[in-house]
Design a protein around this ligand. Structure first.
Ligand code: FUC
Length: 791
């Protein structure tokens, strides 16, 4: 039983005066990934990013490869890929599914629902910046490469022939460029040849004595299943080389620097993509865009560029500080520490680093000056045709990318996602109308920057017309955390409202008085159809759909109330909710994945969509004890059958166990994420590399320390015994509260809450809950008994 007490604001505190909060919060050394050797493979290289430009730095001694990305460099073009036969055949497909004829329905759906064309094109690499150092390399010593998460600077240093060389690189959001600085401790030692290289569709030329310009246009191949071929996205990259001392010359389009004291390279890139029309726009001249950015950047000294970058990066990054104890392993290189963990060791500080790395990666792949959200690889991709096209997958992956955004105090990373989805309403409305004869907007499980919203990748994978509704909840969450009513009115609610209108029109009566979604899948799992004794994916009213609708309608109703609008829509939603099928528990005590108690064809499947209500949804909690228990059994069954084998799937399990308040299981799965699904540069491995697991893992760690989905701020809800002493500063909770927590011997010792917007704050620690009436801008300090003091 939880005891609720409303307490006065000025209780006397008995807290020790010198706590961990005030102590030195560790040096930056635990915010560094570092290695004793250059990267041999791309997944050993270190990422930098400013939300728009990304790079993977290998740190080679003689040959440095810096693989480059620009967020909008995608193959493809805007097209309507809605199957023209959809609305005519929808009713027939629906009726077949309602009577269990999934094979017949599937045949029709393949013909009349699947998008035309059914696949998208890929996010592409921009190419490589290559540095070839023309020194003698007989005796290299003291090599080190590192990435400092708190400054966003990656560096390489080594001694060679009696000289110390160093290289620093960063992607500046303030100046919109990638900067590389080469220096040594002696004069006239830098000898380097610089080139830009792209395997396809680009040419390089020197446009001045020290400037290389790459110009290109993607020529999409003749692959009819992916869309029209031909000359599509235009792009440019400009690189200016500034040498201090020595000689600068050229050879074709390469720049040769000899005997310089220092060299600064400044690079940018641009395409003619226009987010406002979700297409390329020939009025944008990428070369001119690059030119303007470079001319502005070069008016700064290197030190100035670095200072501006570091100040901007650190202001955002340093909002959250995590300390899970000290284990003195920070003197070992990151790959060795990871190997030790893979061999059974535990390393709390590596978990800290992994947590902060997720925050770093989200900043690097989703913020201004970028306009597009973090894709399956964030912003980092070395291929012309990436795994799963490095696309926007919306049946778990894109959602997971943004799980850490709010709680980990990075609300600005949601801006590109909001912008993109605001644009997606336009093609999404066409898909709602043309495929489902519905109002509002919809999409399916995949999209690209051109806003494809038809059904893709096959009926079995792609039949997720509620994917957009799930995505809409990300914007509601942004409001819940920030309490930004203007954002709710202008951005979130329009997306949520039209997603709800789509659902209202899409729902049909199943003949038994229930409103159901048809067609539907439980991504991407198969059930055994009892009528046909065959595996099938499409059906009606998969559990996740019902859970999404309940979550979205509740959010919409609350929003409409806050905004004082749409009373008619609110009553329609209320009425519809009463007619939805309930979420049921199956014979084996698990949550039913489908509306019938079907047998799963693959009981260890990586998706666990029927647990949406537990996480990221908010409806399965301690307050629904039967479903809570069933949720536990659902994961146990998945695990017993080999579940969690992809990085993102494992990360989701960490979040599930945190929500189930099972600290030890959450911790074990976090270890498994590091042991089985983490590469030596700490990228998540699906396999291959896919970034969602990084973001899901970071969110999971936050979820173990703080939860705020159930109308209360739950402190240390799933803290494992392995994290005996520690603190976290700067996490956010719904209601716009900033929370600092400190604990010793596994017990809360001090809690500080800053109220950003005022309002009631229910605070729970273990079985005690108190209610504090807060005022905006005030701080509340509480001790282990939740006794409270306002300052
Ligand atoms: C979903 C997952 C796959 C992969 C792909 C990008 O389809 O089922 O495992 O993550 O997205």
């Amino acid at each position: 039983m939880i005891k609720i007490t409303t307490i006065s604001l000025l209780l006397i505190l008995t807290i020790s005066s010198c706590t961990n909060f005030e102590k030195n919060e560790k040096t930056n050394s635990n915010l560094k990934l570092w290695y004793n050797q250059p990267a041999k493979k791309w997944t050993e290289a270190l990422p930098i990013g400013n939300g728009r430009l990304g790079a993977m730095v290998f740190g080679g001694i003689k040959n440095e490869r810096i693989q480059l990305n620009e967020e909008s460099l995608w193959g493809g073009v805007q097209i309507n890929n809605n199957n023209p036969g959809a609305s005519k055949h929808l009713a027939e497909i629906q009726q077949l599914l309602l009577v269990g004829e999934s094979s017949k329905a599937r045949k029709l759906a393949d013909k009349y629902l699947l998008g035309t064309p059914p696949r998208i094109r890929s996010y592409q690499t921009l190419g490589d910046l290559k540095l070839v150092f023309n020194n003698e390399y007989d005796s290299v010593s003291n090599y080190r490469r590192e990435l400092d998460l708190s400054t966003g600077v990656t560096s390489v240093s080594y001694n060679c022939g009696g000289t110390s060389f160093s290289r620093e690189m960063f992607a500046s959001a303030v100046d919109n460029v990638i900067v590389i600085h080469l220096s040594s401790n002696k004069e006239s030692q830098i000898n380097v040849t610089v080139s830009l290289d792209r395997e396809l569709d680009a040419v390089n030329k020197l446009i001045s004595i020290n400037t290389i310009l790459m110009n290109g246009q993607i020529i999409d191949k003749d692959q009819p299943e992916r869309g029209p071929f031909g000359k599509h996205m235009k792009f440019s990259s400009e690189l200016k080389v500034l040498n201090d001392g020595g000689k600068l010359s050229s050879d074709n389009s390469n720049l040769i620097i000899e005997k310089a004291n220092e060299v600064t390279l400044i690079l940018t890139a641009a395409t003619d993509y226009n987010i406002d029309i979700l297409n390329f726009d020939r009025s944008i001249k990428p070369t001119e865009v690059c030119n303007k950015i470079i001319e502005k950047a070069v008016s700064n000294s290197y030190d100035n560029l670095k200072e501006r970058h570091t100040a901007n990066h650190s202001e955002i990054f340093n909002r959250v500080v995590l300390n899970l104890g000290n284990n003195s392993k920070i003197d070992l290189p990151t790959d060795e520490r990871l190997d030790r963990v893979k061999n059974g060791d535990e390393d709390a500080e590596l978990i800290e680093l992994y947590f902060q790395y997720g925050r770093y990666l989200l900043m690097g792949s989703s913020r201004y000056p970028g306009v597009l959200p973090a894709n399956l690889q964030g912003i980092w991709n070395q291929l012309i045709d990436a795994p799963w096209s490095s696309d926007y997958h919306t049946n778990i992956n894109l959602q997971m990318n943004y799980w850490p955004a709010e709680v980990c105090n990075l609300p600005e990373t949601v801006a590109p996602l909001t912008k993109y989805f605001t644009g997606l309403l336009i093609p999404g409305r066409v898909t709602a109308k043309e495929m489902y004869n519905s109002r509002g907007w919809t999409m399916h499980h995949v999209s690209d920057p051109f806003g494809r919203t038809g059904l893709m990748d096959g009926i079995g994978w792609g039949t997720s017309p509620l994917a957009g509704s799930w995505m809409s909840l990300t914007f509601w969450r942004h409001y819940q955390f920030t309490q930004d009513e203007n954002y709710l009115r202008e951005k979130a609610y329009p997306i949520m409202k039209e997603a709800s209108q789509f659902i209202l029109d899409f729902l049909i009566d199943d003949g038994k008085g229930r409103l159901v979604t048809v067609p539907s899948i439980s991504p991407e799992n198969m059930y055994i159809n009892p009528l046909l004794k065959k595996n099938a994916r499409i059906t009606y009213a998969a559990t996740i759909d019902i859970q999404i609708i309940n979550e979205l309608f509740d959010a919409c109703i609350e929003s409409a109330t806050i905004l004082g609008t749409d009373s008619e829509l609110v009553s329609q939603m209320k009425k519809a909710m009463k007619m939805l099928p309930p979420v049921l528990i199956g014979k084996d005590g698990t949550i039913r994945e489908w509306i019938e108690d079907y047998v799963e064809a693959e009981p260890g499947h990586r998706h666990m969509s029927h647990l949406f209500g537990l996480h990221p949804g908010t409806k399965i909690t301690n307050d629904t004890p039967e479903l809570f228990e069933a949720a536990k059994r659902t994961i146990e069954k998945r695990m017993a059958s080999g579940g969690g084998h992809t990085g993102w799937s494992r990360a989701w399990i960490v979040n599930f166990y945190a929500r189930l308040l099972d600290s030890e299981q959450a911790y074990q799965h976090l270890l498994a994420l590091l042991r089985k699904s983490t590469l030596s540069n700490l990228f998540d491995s699906h396999p291959p590399f896919q970034i969602d697991g990084n973001f899901g893992g970071t969110a999971g760690i936050a979820e173990m320390l703080l939860q705020s989905h159930n109308n209360e701020i739950h402190i240390l809800p799933a803290i494992p015994s392995e994290w005996q002493d520690g603190f976290i500063k700067g996490l956010k909770a719904r209601g716009n509260f900033t929370v600092d927590i400190e604990w010793n011997e596994g017990e809360l010792t001090k809690l500080k809450i800053k109220s950003g917007s005022g309002g009631i704050c229910n605070i729970r620690y273990k079985n005690k809950t108190i209610q504090v009436k807060t005022a905006a801008g005030k701080h509340y300090t509480l001790n282990s008994n939740l006794d409270n003091n306002e300052t």
